[in-house]
Design a binder for this molecule. Sequence first.
Ligand code: ATP
Ligand code: MG
Length: 300
Amino acid sequence: MYSASKISEQFRVSRDKKFALSQFLTSWNGYQALESSSNKKLKKASKKFLKQNLKQLKAAQELLWASNRQSLLLIFQAMDAAGKDSTIKHVMSGVNPQGVSVHSFKQPSSEELEHNFLWRYWARVPSRGKIGIFNRSYYEEVLVVKVHPEILDSRPIPYGLRGDEFWDARYEDINAMERHLCRSGTVILKFFLNVSKEEQKRRFMERLNNPEKHWKFSESDVKERQHWDQYMSAFEDAISATNTEWAPWYVIPADDKWKMRGIVSAIVTEEIQKLNLEYPEVSEAQREVLTQAKEDLQNE
Ligand code: ATP
Ligand code: MG
């Protein structure tokens, strides 16, 4: 019904014009034929779209794994309750778990703070053939830390410049790290799940009103919400400064979770397919070994 192709292009942040979050919608009207129909139908169609993509993604991941040349790093950043966890869960639901690793990054530990700000992430980038998922990432270092610069005061880092120069240096370091990863065979896709402030409120209220969802609620979520505008501005700065040719950003409308999952799965699939990977070629010598093994088994 929907074509997954070109979805990637549609949501990739352009490097040709100045980036502003206001250019991006938090809901998507791409399914025009369906927009006027009921929510139930829309959900059903979105699920179908996701299912189609997952089938292709499964095949694409197998090829990534078998060819063992490249890896894929998916980075998810968003405001609270935008749906990072459930997107990761759904989009990866059909793939071979041995080929995927997911890391959720919380506040750094004291050991992690003894090292440079990229250290703990370096250790977790995916090895060849694998898909690595970062649920939050080093981008927190230019998002939450930029919104609350007092965090830096409690960190054992050298005294020196703060302010714009400090953040520009961090963007530069991130770009350099990503460039190195890209050159070494890691394809990096960065997703900002773009939820609206109203939808976030609705989801928080749902968590508060539903006892089964109370565990999901955290007092700090509401506190951080008060800094919404500062976060948006930090996202805008970070995305503008790090939307490179080798590690593009995608801004995904997140007000409708099913559509969001469909879009993310389409982009991941499309980008793996673009790599034109191939199953490893079997050499003449290996072929002989296989024939011999078959013969030995038959004659057992
Ligand atoms: P969930 O709420 O669904 O469990 P979450 O990712 O929001 O997932 P929390 O434990 O609620 O997890 O929050 C983790 C917190 O850690 C976030 O507020 C995030 O900003 C913070 N954090 C992550 N990385 C860093 C970092 N490098 N420096 C400072 N804070 C960080
Ligand atoms: Mg949280």
